[in-house]
Design a protein around this ligand. Structure first.
Ligand SMILES: CC(C)(COP(=O)(O)OP(=O)(O)OC[C@H]1O[C@@H](n2cnc3c(N)ncnc32)[C@H](O)[C@@H]1OP(=O)(O)O)[C@@H](O)C(=O)NCCC(=O)NCCS
Length: 171
């Protein structure tokens, strides 16, 4: 499977894929595709990778963007979001994207990555809960962090301003 950086020609497919993948997600307010677009427009998509299917079509996407933790911007990133095309779930694409996203974050100089997610899925990549970062409204076990070497910083995670699109009511 090919995983590469997003290209301009992928943008519409990424948006459609992310919207569809989260359309019935229990903790989604169906704004994840808007978040990807808003981050990109604001220059906040530090990492944006696509997986391609056998026909070269976009099969999955992962985006990472900058956060501060405890009021300090030390270069940490947050995974938001990870999505795989619905007809291709459970074939390892999400895991491959996640690993490639972590490699890209490390290569970009990030000291580590946080995310909001299900420990049942993310512990396999080395993420752990309750190791320092917090986020208002997010259960402690779902706020997970992975350091590439140093200590995990403690404190509230503040996301890129583009995340406001997730908080806004939609028509
Ligand atoms: C979550 C998602 C990205 C996983 O993609 P995927 O390509 O199916 O993942 P993989 O095939 O690499 O799955 C690896 C393993 O994780 C498990 N898994 C997948 N999604 C899981 C979830 N939400 N919770 C727990 N385990 C999960 C799979 O069962 C598989 O385990 P197995 O090999 O023992 O069967 C995909 O289901 C998706 O896009 N879901 C909707 C959006 C979403 O929930 N994104 C993550 C939150 S940001």
């Amino acid at each position: 499977m090919i995983v590469r950086a997003e290209a301009a020609r992928d943008v519409a497919a990424i948006s459609a894929l992310v919207a569809d993948a989260f359309s019935d997600h229990p903790f989604s307010n169906q704004t994840e595709h808007l978040l990807v677009d808003a981050l990109r427009a604001a220059g906040g998509l530090t990492v944006s990778l696509v997986a391609l299917d056998d026909g070269g079509e976009v099969a999955g996407h992962v985006g990472l963007s900058p956060v501060s933790i405890g009021g300090t911007d030390a270069g940490w990133l947050i995974v938001a979001p990870l999505a795989v095309r619905r007809d291709l779930w459970r074939r390892g694409i999400g895991s491959a994207l996640m690993r490639a996203g972590l490699d890209a974050a490390r290569a970009a100089g990030a000291p580590g990555v946080v995310l909001v997610g299900d420990p049942a899925f993310y512990t396999r990549f080395g993420f752990a809960s309750g190791n320092g970062p917090t986020m208002a409204g997010v259960p402690a076990e779902n706020l997970m962090a992975l350091s590439f070497g140093g200590a995990v910083p403690a404190g509230e995670v503040t996301c890129h301003p583009a995340f406001a699109v997730c908080m806004s009511p939609r028509d």
